[in-house]
Design a protein around this ligand. Structure first.
Ligand code: COA
Length: 153
């Protein structure tokens, strides 16, 4: 069964094993390690038994939060793991007092765009030519966490 858990320092190597891709900027070992100890960061793992299937990093600020990264290993995709990580990011951000969860995504990243839209993220802007490799625009998206189903009034 896949569970979402907090990443610890000892998980960083497994997270690096998820790899990189055209739309996934690789994080260094040191940067990921830092996230495990950052007070306003939620560094979450999707784990099945001892296997790490994916991860997400979210930073929670005063009344908003930013999803910095979500990734699922290539052979575990389209099984709802990315959506579980996203749901966890939303829950954590809302619990820390954030009213909005923001993110940016490459305009050609169809999989991520579809996942975010499916979870209720709306396009809020576009930054032309923001990404260099692969070249492309950034789509800015956000979700109002106060309007989520089950959110407290
Ligand atoms: C984006 C990513 C995290 C999605 O993870 P995932 O576990 O496959 O996503 P889910 O299984 O939860 O998919 C949820 C929905 O998103 C959409 N979706 C996901 N992948 C898709 C794809 N390749 N094509 C079209 N729609 C897709 C679908 O609507 C899907 O629901 P469905 O499978 O019932 O049709 C994964 O593709 C990934 O790791 N990509 C590389 C890293 C990346 O681009 N991260 C985002 C920027 S940091």
């Amino acid at each position: 069964m896949t569970r979402i858990v907090s990443a610890a320092a000892g998980d960083v190597r497994a997270v690096l094993g998820i790899g990189s891709g055209p739309f996934l900027r690789p994080w260094s070992h040191g940067s990921l390690l830092e996230e495990t100890g950052r007070p306003h960061s939620r560094f979450a793992l999707a784990a099945d038994g001892g296997e790490v299937l994916g991860y997400a990093v979210t930073r929670c600020y005063s009344d908003w939060a930013e999803l910095l990264c979500v990734a699922v290993s290539a052979d575990a995709r389209r099984r709802g793991v990315g959506s579980m990580l996203l749901a966890d990011a939303e829950t954590r951000a809302a619990a820390s007092g954030a009213a909005r969860l923001l993110l940016e995504v490459h305009a050609d990243n169809a999989a991520a765009l579809a996942m975010y839209a499916r979870r209720g993220f709306a396009v809020s802007g576009r930054r032309a030519g923001y990404y260099a490799n692969p070249r492309g625009d950034a789509i800015l998206m956000e979700k109002n966490l106060l309007e989520r189903e089950g959110a407290a009034c």
